[in-house]
Design a binder for this molecule. Sequence first.
Ligand code: NAD
Length: 278
Amino acid sequence: MTAEVRFRFDGKVAIVTGAARGVGREIVRAFVEAGAHVVAADRDGEGLAETCAPHGDVVASVIADVSTGEGAKAIVERAVAAFGRLDICVNDAAVAPHAALLEERVDVWDRVYAVNCRGTFLMTQAAARAMIAGGRGGRIINFSSGAAQRGAAGGAAYASSRAATETFSRVAAIELAPHGILVNTISPGLIDTQPKPLPPDMAKRLAARIPNLPLARPGRPDEVAQLVLFLASDASSYINGAVISIDGASSAGSRFSGVVVDDDTRYDWVTGRSRSGP
Ligand SMILES: NC(=O)c1ccc[n+]([C@@H]2O[C@H](COP(=O)([O-])OP(=O)(O)OC[C@H]3O[C@@H](n4cnc5c(N)ncnc54)[C@H](O)[C@@H]3O)[C@@H](O)[C@H]2O)c1
């Protein structure tokens, strides 16, 4: 199957945080392919250099920590200094350490919230200020996780921090709409960004989980990048304040294998099935 939909961002400038690996790296690649200039930001300088190497001077890199005011300011200022404007800001950077609730450490909890929540807030605020100064509106795309919608052991800090991102983004969508800035949230299910080779426990967990996903596979980073392009494009001009899942239906339920059998006789009067018949 060939996807014929193409979004173009010639003349547009996009920030992508969390660009040193995983989904962020793929979002940078997708924007470059679609004609945008990109500011790729991350705290990991080595990974960032690998992301940027293939793209030449259409990508500017910034080593910065999104959880600090100085970091967020440096990233946004780089976009305006390098390319003269800012149209799109994708806040992909996040951390997801897991711990049993009874073992959870306060300093780790605070760091998760600093990156995932404060970072999203600081980047949204700094990007929105630059977009308003530019007078052309803009798009801000934040990240959540399917984990925000369900309980899962070990995810107290991460899952709740992602839920906070969703609510924050709804508020931002309302406050920034008068400026022509749309704010949406992407909520991925399992995406194939885990370290390779997989650490042993993670390998065991994924081997048990993946066959039960409705599509029996994790999503690919490039599939998430295509959703980012859609939300950054004119094709999504009336989507604002939304949380959009990209999870192959894992939030809907588990993989179906087998046939549907209904031998509940209570509804024979609805189906017309006779008790003696098939
Ligand atoms: N991979 C999944 O299965 C999955 C599932 C649900 C949601 N998500 C969400 O998708 C997004 C991308 O996930 P991923 O798997 O590619 O993540 P990842 O951990 O592979 O990459 C995250 C990147 O963010 C960077 N980063 C972390 N803290 C930072 C900080 N303070 N400042 C700047 N950069 C920082 C890291 O260095 C890294 O390059 C995240 O927002 C995550 O919550 C991922």
